[in-house]
Ligand binder design. Structure first.
Ligand code: ADP
Ligand code: 5GP
Length: 202
């Protein structure tokens, strides 16, 4: 069996990654999302083991030393990381996995797993980005300012990705990503096992 597809989604905070991923997961029910570990405190409504694995910094550092992360990064003062074993187990079972991670992490994945598909989500403008972060109502003024400064720098990394999606309207942006996923799944290089099987029938 061929490995599943590893889809990496990044973009500035507030660009709409979470919103789009949620929609993708309901509309493409074969997709699975990787649950990251973080040292950030849970926000209202977030559930341990579903939104993130919420752990202490000491535990996070222990896991880094044990090589338990496919990638990890410090983002806005907190650690975030993708559990390696779980992701590879899913891929080996042929499942398609989405990682919604920051740019530093995405670049590590690109180096360690270049077969991944790397998608960068952008807002239509920085002004709209600020409106969205403020409208979400989850972050303090200081945090918003920090995220806006980061967003400006993050734009430089768009060209490290395979695809850039402008999230003007959620439906349209999600539809574009669905097309990308379907096209990538049908690439010859990702279908070696089925080609071999058909050939063996002769
Ligand atoms: P991210 O996960 O990238 O930080 P979110 O998905 O949390 O971003 O989106 C930030 C805010 O912007 C949320 O309140 C969300 O409802 C809103 N939002 C997302 N996409 C759009 C869009 N295309 N148009 C208007 N608002 C949007
Ligand atoms: P938030 O605190 O808003 O949930 O996430 C903040 C940032 O951390 C977002 O840009 C998000 O994509 C990123 N992030 C979430 N999980 C991971 C992860 O496992 N690894 C990395 N590198 N970044 C992550």
């Amino acid at each position: 069996m061929d490995d599943g597809l590893l889809i990496v989604i990044s973009g500035p905070s507030g660009a709409g990654k979470g919103t789009i991923c949620k929609k993708l997961l309901t509309e493409m029910d074969f997709l699975k999302v990787s649950v990251s570990a973080t040292t950030r405190k849970p926000r209202k409504g977030e559930i341990d083991g579903i939104s993130y694995y919420f752990i202490e910094e000491e535990e996070f550092i222990k896991r880094i030393k044990n090589g338990e992360f496919l990638e990890y990064a410090k983002v806005y003062g907190n650690y975030y990381g993708t559990p390696k074993d779980e992701v590879f187990k899913q891929l080996k079972e042929g499942n398609d996995i989405i990682l919604e991670i920051d740019i530093q992490g995405a670049l590590q994945v690109k180096k360690n797993y270049p077969m991944g598909v790397f998608i960068f989500i952008l807002p239509p403008s920085l002004k709209e980005l600020q409106n969205r972060i403020e409208g979400r109502g989850t972050d303090s003024k200081e945090v918003i300012l920090r995220r806006m400064e980061c967003a400006y720098d993050e734009l430089n990394y768009a060209f490290e990705y395979d695809y850039v999606i402008i999230n003007d309207q959620v439906d349209k942006a999600t539809e574009k990503i669905k097309h990308i996923i379907l096209a990538e799944k049908n690439k010859a290089v990702r279908n070696k096992a089925i080609i071999r099987k058909i050939r063996e029938e002769l």
